[in-house]
Design a protein around this ligand. Structure first.
Ligand code: COA
Length: 262
């Protein structure tokens, strides 16, 4: 099956969505990010359905809405396809294990496998982050109007984030909200402990166009001593995203995954 890798037209920050020629295991200081659409022609849905495991097929069958069903099939199927290319393993042979909080990882059966990954989906996009033995978390959110935005800020953001958010003019607050949300979520997901990490025990910048060094402002629980980095992904139409990863001074590579439409 042919796959196309398309260069992004993003110019907002120095990193761009790039063309790719091969899928090599990332170097230890390299982070790979993949972004894809989940609304695909039937042929792809049928292909991905066939590579899912029994438990994944059961899980898919529990979705009531067809768009949720399709989104799960494509995002999980494509995850298998991408990991399979890195591991040189057929997508259907990939085995996952789950930590006690539900974070999927490659099972030990993939010998000497150094890959860590994380997945996020929102709207019709899915984002994958892949590292070489580094804890990683990703989050993507479709920017939308939220009636209770200020209420969520007051409830979930840290004191510093609340103050920074409220200092911004109204016109910048929606973007600030999604910046903060995705950065916090990616950080939580990198630790893989779900909501057992309290959201107000660390602060991130709410501003756009930040450098990675200045996004994680502090972590009062001392987790930042592990030298975590949080950064935004290049812009995707109508979406905001972030990646949190263990380490500093890393190199990020971004790819769009585009499917032939027939
Ligand atoms: C998994 C979790 C951490 C994020 O879920 P989400 O934002 O709804 O969904 P996303 O699309 O970003 O991520 C889902 C993917 O994360 C992965 N995942 C599941 N559990 C995970 C965990 N404990 N840690 C990291 N990743 C996890 C899975 O691959 C999952 O994909 P799948 O459903 O296809 O298997 C969720 O359990 C959660 O608790 N979210 C917190 C919500 C919140 O209040 N955020 C406030 C931010 S200010």
């Amino acid at each position: 099956m042919m796959t196309l890798f398309i260069e992004s037209k993003d110019n907002d920050i120095k990193d761009r969505w790039n063309p790719a020629t091969s899928m090599m295991t990332p170097a230890t200081d390299e982070i790979h990010l993949w972004c894809a659409h989940v609304n695909l022609p039937r042929i792809w849905l049928d292909y991905f359905r066939k590579v899912l495991s029994e438990d994944e097929t059961l899980r898919a069958g529990r979705f009531v809405r067809s768009e949720d069903y399709n989104r799960f099939i494509v995002s999980r199927g494509l995850l298998r396809y991408i990991l399979g290319r890195y591991l040189n393993t057929p997508p259907g042979d990939i085995r996952f294990e789950y930590n006690p909080f539900g974070k999927p990882e490659c099972a030990d059966t993939h010998h000497e496998n150094p890959l860590c990954f994380n997945v996020s989906h929102s709207g019709d996009r899915v984002l994958y982050g892949i590292s070489n033995q580094r804890h990683i978390g990703v989050d993507i959110e479709k920017i939308c109007f939220m009636e209770n935005q200020d209420e969520i800020v007051n409830r979930f953001f840290s004191q510093q984030e609340i103050e920074d958010y409220k200092r911004l003019p109204e016109s910048l607050r929606r973007e600030a909200f999604f910046n903060c949300w995705t950065r916090k979520e990616s950080y939580i997901k990198s630790w893989g402990k779900g909501m057992s990490i309290e959201l107000n025990t660390f602060s991130v910048s709410v501003r756009s166009n930040m450098t990675e060094e200045s996004i994680l402002l502090n972590d009062t629980d001392g987790r930042s001593e592990h030298h975590m980095t949080i950064r935004s992904i290049p812009s995707v139409d109508g979406y905001v995203g972030a990646v949190a990863v263990e380490g500093k001074n890393l190199t990020y590579r971004f790819w769009n995954w585009e499917f032939p439409m027939s």
